[in-house]
Design a protein around this ligand. Structure first.
Ligand code: UDP
Length: 425
């Protein structure tokens, strides 16, 4: 089946199915990253297999995306949604199923790219059982996350230990921003090899429509001031700060101000609790008429929402990278974001948007108002944002840099193997 073994790669994302609907429950940036890196590598000629855990009986075991790219769902634990904090227990089974799959194919992957700490454990176990190169992207670091939440889960001890072991032992850790690199070195370990390759976005999908067309398509009046949030309903996303900022906006009552909070799924699912909490705050602040919850937006409409917005707000308490910021920038929409993590790298203050301290509703209100009251400047920020994304954050360039890294690691491992073999000696 595989014509070129050296160019075959397994992307492993136990908890983040690349082919699932994005924006609900725990699916977000990690799923998008794996999917887009996978697609882009396949376009560049790699044989790409994306491995994840089967989380519903309706899911196909194998989804073929193109002749050289597929998603493979392994049965590890019950075929239902299980929160990330409860998956560790099933990882041994995931490793066994991965081995079984390789045996059936009569083939071993020479390189794997693991995503999130759960998959890093899977990769490190596989590495004990067969020769392979392991590249890892964290997507989120327990050491930072646990500083920003009050209820630290029981699994925290394992997670912190696995994250440290991963950084110190795998062949290369991808850091997606200089900020992540700094956190990793100060909070996780000074040992281990890293390489800075950012996340990317689809610069053809985002930015293909102008504001007037997008508003006409969505039925949004041209004089409306539209503030957009896109993402999961999770407390660390800081949606409450945004809602409270809108309540404090100087424009409230004076102009047609609309907050659009996109993402999330149905009541009763894990993110429904946060959605209900946010809806309650909206009601308490008398913002019901100014707020819309369109639910999860798929790829066919999301580019229109970004293009229609006057400002996109990313109010996270902590954000390892933050794809939403670069998607908005690619759509020529200025961004107001928290002054944290990867957002400090992607959003250039006064150039592509503004930064505000996390949880500071007064600062967010002031930043949003500055952009809304100066549309010409907002347009300029949006144009500069687009340029920045084109230069630094297209998936194509991200995948090319990853491919170069994989190729050089594979070449090094081949030369080491050859020099160790009796024939070469
Ligand atoms: N997303 C989406 N539809 C929604 C909400 C979110 O497609 O309704 C996507 C969004 O476009 C982005 C991802 O989910 O690509 C969120 O990634 P980000 O890095 O901003 O946050 P994470 O979910 O990883 O914390």
């Amino acid at each position: 089946m595989f014509q070129n073994k050296q160019h075959s790669i397994a992307l492993i994302s136990v908890d983040g199915d690349p082919a699932i609907e994005i924006g609900k429950q725990e699916s977000g940036g990690q799923n998008v990253y794996v999917r887009e890196v996978g697609y882009a590598l396949a376009q560049q000629g790699w044989q790409v297999d994306m491995f994840t855990r089967r989380s519903s009986p309706e899911q196909a075991t194998i989804s073929q995306h193109s002749h050289n790219c597929r998603t493979i769902r392994l049965k590890a634990g019950p075929s239902k949604f299980i929160g990330r904090d409860y998956l560790f227990h099933y990882l041994g089974k995931f490793v066994a199923e991965f081995q079984k799959f390789q045996q059936q194919q009569g083939f071993q992957y020479p390189i794997i790219h693991t995503n999130y700490w759960l998959s890093s454990w899977v990769g490190m176990e596989l590495k004990k059982q067969q020769p392979l190169i392991q590249v890892h992207t964290y997507h989120s670091l327990g050491a930072i996350k646990y500083r920003s939440i009050s209820n630290v889960p029981v699994i925290a001890v394992e997670r912190l230990a696995v994250e440290k072991a991963c950084l110190e032992t795998v062949d290369r850790v991808i850091v997606t921003s200089p900020q992540e690199q700094k956190y990793m070195r100060t909070l996780v370990s000074t040992a281990g090899r890293t390489e800075m390759i950012p996340c990317g976005t689809d610069i053809d999908k985002f930015g293909k429509v102008d504001k007037a067309t997008a508003r006409e398509y969505l039925g949004i009046a041209s004089d409306l001031k539209m503030v957009l949030y896109v993402g999961r309903f999770d407390q660390r996303k800081g949606i409450e700060t945004l809602v409270r900022a809108i309540a404090k906006s100087q424009l409230r009552g004076k102009t047609n101000l609309q907050l659009v909070i996109a993402g999330g799924s149905r009541p009763g699912q894990s993110d429904g609790i946060e959605r209900d909490r946010i809806a309650k705050i909206v009601a308490e602040l008398g913002l019901k008429d100014n707020t819309m919850f369109p639910g999860r937006l798929d790829d066919t409409v999301l580019p229109y929402y970004y293009a229609a917005a006057d400002v996109c707000v990313v109010p996270s308490h902590y954000e390892p990278f933050g794809l939403v910021a670069i998607e908005a920038m690619a759509s020529r929409t200025p961004v107001v974001a928290s002054n944290v993590g990867g957002l400090q790298f992607t959003v250039v203050p006064e150039v592509t948007g503004l930064l505000a301290p996390p949880k500071n509703q007064v600062a967010f209100a002031a930043a949003i108002d500055r952009i809304l009251t100066n549309p010409e400047w907002g347009k300029h920020l949006g144009e500069t944002g687009r340029q920045r994304v084109e230069i630094a954050f297209s998936w194509h360039s991200v995948a090319s840099r990853l491919a170069q890294l994989y190729t050089s690691l594979l070449a090094k491992s081949t030369s080491v193997t050859q020099s160790k073999s009796p024939v070469a000696a």
